[in-house]
Ligand binder design. Structure first.
Ligand code: NAI
Ligand code: SOE
Length: 379
């Protein structure tokens, strides 16, 4: 069987742990079509690299990603550094003939994303971006209900991604918060996940109109004015936007880290001509479903429990529970299958660049107070 040899860049942080577990689990939990070697963990310093490689069970370590990309015993470069370094590392890795998996958002801004998409288009290797939630078994099920016509035509998508880290004064990694450092704001950081899900399930977003808020966490007050936000040091901490999809559907989105009590709540409902689905990541083994064709006396929502009859649910018995690590592994397993089949990963650099264009459109609309057509946004 083919062995895929992976090097992870930035492996000592939050996602380094999730991906290390994911790479280990992927070929065990289901058929990835190849075996996986966790070959090298790269970190910013030798000490961090050595410690993380030992803790997360990687064969080797390095503090120099360029040297690792040049090695001919590495097939995949897995980038889990902050977004500002994604473009430089990914473009170098593609030029060296490696398959590239990069965490979301694809880059820090649209200029990065455009360069990465162009590099991927020239390469013969496979790319994928870490929009992990689209791989959950519940999302695979909803996608099938859309593709086989059970739900009919999408009409309205409403999504929230809410967390409490801002209101608690807790920032996971410093790079997330500061303008001019490396952060991409709440729209890029968590809003990007609901844009990805909307694009995957409903289709391309055509235009948006948005309001965003930024806040000094030390101040017990409302959002800064647009002028203060644009001139200050804080990125967007909250965002609301409405969207028109190319296929005529409409949508609304909310993302904030100032939502007391919300622990990584990714929620959406999708109304369609023949039914309605509701998903909440905090209950990720369930889908709430209503079908117009249900008998009159049974109308309303039922809860579907994901089980062994659903694609991407990998236990042979429902009710065993799946979660964040399963999702990390599922996306890596699918990436390996894409490498074996020589087809683009899901989402590819091109799809994730479109998501980055929507993020840029949201920010442009918040600044101009106008509807913004996504295709007209340039870096
Ligand atoms: P983090 O700050 O916890 O980890 C980043 C690591 O990269 C740090 O250990 C840092 O030392 C290392 N690093 C930075 N520059 C480096 C360089 N030049 N060479 C080697 N290592 C370097 O950040 P976190 O939370 O792991 O985020 C990383 C990426 O993963 C971001 O793009 C973020 O948006 C994404 N992410 C995705 C999640 C998801 O659910 N899909 C969850 C959390 C983060
Ligand atoms: C932010 O707190 C964060 O870690 C995001 O960066 C991830 O993408 C999200 O899935 C969880 O929250």
């Amino acid at each position: 069987m083919t062995e895929i040899r992976v090097a992870i860049i930035g492996g000592g942080g939050f996602m380094g742990t999730a991906h290390s577990l994911g790479w280990a689990l992927a070929p065990i939990a289901g058929d990835a079509g190849a075996t996986i070697r966790k070959a090298v963990l790269v970190e910013a310093t030798e000490e961090r690299a050595k410690l993380a490689a030992k803790r997360l069970n990687w064969d080797d370590w390095s503090a120099d990603w360029r040297e690792v990309i040049a090695r001919d015993d590495i097939d995949v470069i897995d980038i889990v550094t902050p977004p500002s370094s994604h473009a430089e590392i990914a473009i170098a890795a593609l030029a060296a003939g490696k398959h590239v998996f990069v965490e979301k958002p694809i880059g820090n801004d649209l200029a990065d994303a455009d360069l990465m998409q162009a590099a991927a288009a020239k390469a013969t290797t496979v790319t994928q971006v870490g929009f992990n939630y689209r791989h959950a078994a519940a999302i695979t099920f909803i996608k099938r209900l859309l593709d086989d016509g059970t739900l009919g035509h999408p009409l309205q998508f409403r999504a929230h991604y809410t967390q409490d880290v801002g209101v608690l004064g807790r920032v996971l990694s410093g790079w997330r918060a500061q303008k001019g450092a490396v952060g991409s704001g709440v729209t890029g950081d968590i809003g990007s996940h609901i844009i990805d899900l909307a694009s995957y399930l409903v289709g391309d977003i055509d235009a948006v109109t948005a309001i965003v808020g930024a806040k000094d966490p030390a101040e017990n007050s409302a959002w800064l004015s647009d002028e203060e936000r644009r001139g200050g040091r804080h990125l967007d901490d909250a965002a609301l936007w409405m969207a028109k999809f190319r296929n005529g559907a409409i949508g609304s989105f909310a993302a904030t880290v100032f939502a007391s009590g919300r622990k990584n709540r990714l929620f959406f409902e999708l109304e369609c001509t023949r039914g309605n689905v509701e998903f909440d990541w905090n209950h990720c083994d369930e889908v709430r479903l209503s079908l117009v064709s249900d008998p009159a006396e049974q109308q309303g929502f039922r809860t579907v429990s994901l089980n062994e009859n659903h694609d991407d649910y990998w236990w042979p018995l429902g009710g065993m529970g799946s979660g964040y690590v399963d999702d990390a592994a599922l996306q890596l397993q699918k990436f390996v299958r894409a490498i074996m089949d020589r087809r683009p990963g899901s989402p590819s650099f091109a799809e994730a660049t479109r998501t980055q264009r929507v993020i840029a459109a949201v920010m442009q609309s918040a600044d101009t107070h106008q509807w913004v057509t996504v295709d007209e946004v340039t870096a």
